[in-house]
Design a binder for this molecule. Structure first.
Ligand SMILES: Cc1ncc(COP(=O)(O)O)c(C=O)c1O
Length: 431
């Protein structure tokens, strides 16, 4: 019997992998797992953080030392959940310690940090005012709040795209079932067509009862939408525009005041490297007549009260400040360049494999860090398990939009050696 990984479909010969081992890897010119990128075990202190001079591995070497990644692991699944740097981890721990030592004082001190530092820091980074931002636990919560906040009557219609994440789709389905709102799906092909085609597909679905359009800035698979143009179309046609920014923020600079959207939902625990359980909702000040809070009966345009109420994970929220400091010190332009450098390297290596089809678009159509592709005959789900088990490379499947694809998401802490290691493993993994 062939011992295989994943779905047990015989896709990978386990013996081949095991025989490869460290010696085999060396013979094939592959660095052994523990030494892929020169990670050192037991490193306890990170060097001071400075903005890197360029986008190469050497430029980012000291930045990498700020992450606690398990030695030998190539974590190429940042789009799923990001890896917080050491200073964020330490801030969460310090916050919980403060709350354990004297809970009410800890809560009050952390709440003050959140109000005085975290919210203004995020507002600055995304070019909005602090009053336009409400912290949430994640993008899903923000998407739900922005969706149920839109003032609609039964029979009104909203447009969503065929590429929405369930977190963006489900709140509309909720309103469809509960209130009789009609949800129309606009089919957007993948790979992404040109901007004009995306706009004309959306425009073609606008009907007399259409009131809102909801779509991703960057999809789960890394497709980059022409968000400003879609919001402009919505404004011209009198529609509320709601954006899912879960995969966008932290990968490249985002100026929320100039995108033109009415609301924008953010995940901070992906590309922003904040602790798990963090996100925010942005509602543009002059959209408050069309988007209302789900919580407060006494909300006014001056006091919109969008934020979920009650006791929050104060240490986690306060530690967002450390993530903002980290990313701001590096600069989001530099983060974008580094992510793009690594995904360009990946795309170059994938182009050497004749049985691989790249699904990510060109510069203006793909996010810097996420890449999707298919390999002939390879089941993506099984491949993810196989490559993790035998090459310690963590990736994700992308079985959406009719694809049987693999998603690799590279962030600043990855290296070209890790990407190479993954590509070598992919080349040896067959269906
Ligand atoms: C496009 C998109 N939207 C929303 C979400 C949900 O994000 P969160 O886990 O922060 O709720 C994800 C998560 O992967 C996503 O990819």
């Amino acid at each position: 019997m062939t011992e295989s990984t994943g779905a047990g479909n015989g896709m990978l010969d386990r013996r081949e992998w095991l025989q490869l081992g460290v010696a085999g890897a060396a013979a094939l010119g592959l660095p052994a797992c523990a030494a892929w990128d020169g990670e050192e075990e037991g490193q306890t202190e990170a060097p001071p953080l400075h903005p890197p001079a360029g986008a190469t591995d050497a430029d980012w070497e000291t930045v990498r030392a700020h992450f606690l990644v398990e030695p030998g692991t190539a974590y190429l699944n940042n789009a799923s959940i990001g890896m917080p740097p050491r200073q964020v981890v330490d801030a969460v721990a310090a916050g919980y310690r403060a709350m354990a030592e004297l809970p009410a004082r800890g809560r009050d001190d952390l709440s003050a940090q959140i109000t005085e530092r975290v919210i203004p820091g995020l507002a600055d980074l995304f070019s909005i005012s602090a009053e336009e931002l409400a912290l949430t636990r994640n993008a899903s919560e923000a998407l739900h709040l922005q969706t149920i906040g839109v003032t609609l009557d039964p029979g009104d219609e909203v447009l969503i795209t065929s590429q929405e994440h369930p977190a963006g789709r489900r709140p509309w389905e909720f309103r469809q079932v509960r209130e009789g709102i009609r949800v129309r799906e606009v089919f957007i092909p993948s790979p992404l067509p040109a901007e004009e085609e995306i706009l004309s597909r959306i425009e073609a679905e606008i009907a007399p009862r259409t009131r809102a359009v909801a779509f991703c800035h960057v999809t789960r698979g890394g497709h980059l939408y022409p968000v400003q143009a879609i919001c402009g179309l919505a404004r011209d046609r009198g529609l509320v525009s709601l954006v899912d920014g879960a995969q966008a923020v932290g990968q490249f600079p985002v100026d929320l005041s100039s995108l033109g959207c009415d609301a924008y939902a953010v995940s901070l625990h992906k590309w922003m490297l904040a602790p798990a359980g963090t996100g925010f909702l942005f509602v543009r000040r002059d959209a408050r007549d069309r988007i209302r809070t789900a919580f407060a009966p006494d909300a006014t345009p001056e006091r919109p009260q969008f934020g979920p109420v009650g006791t929050a994970a104060f240490p986690v929220r306060a530690a967002i400040g450390s993530a903002v400091d980290f990313v701001t010190t590096l600069g989001l332009e530099a983060v974008e360049a580094r992510c793009r450098f690594l995904s360009d390297h990946l795309k170059g290596r994938l182009a050497e494999l004749p049985d691989v089809t790249l699904l990510s678009g060109t510069l203006g159509q793909s996010a810097p860090g996420s890449t999707i592709f298919e390999k002939d005959g390879l089941d993506a789900v099984a491949a993810v398990g196989a490559i993790e088990t035998f090459a310690s490379a963590h990736i994700d499947e992308h079985q959406r939009d009719g694809h049987n694809a693999i998603r690799v998401s590279t962030h600043i802490y990855n290296t070209t050696a890790q990407v190479d290691r993954f590509v070598e493993a992919l080349a040896r993994t067959t269906g």
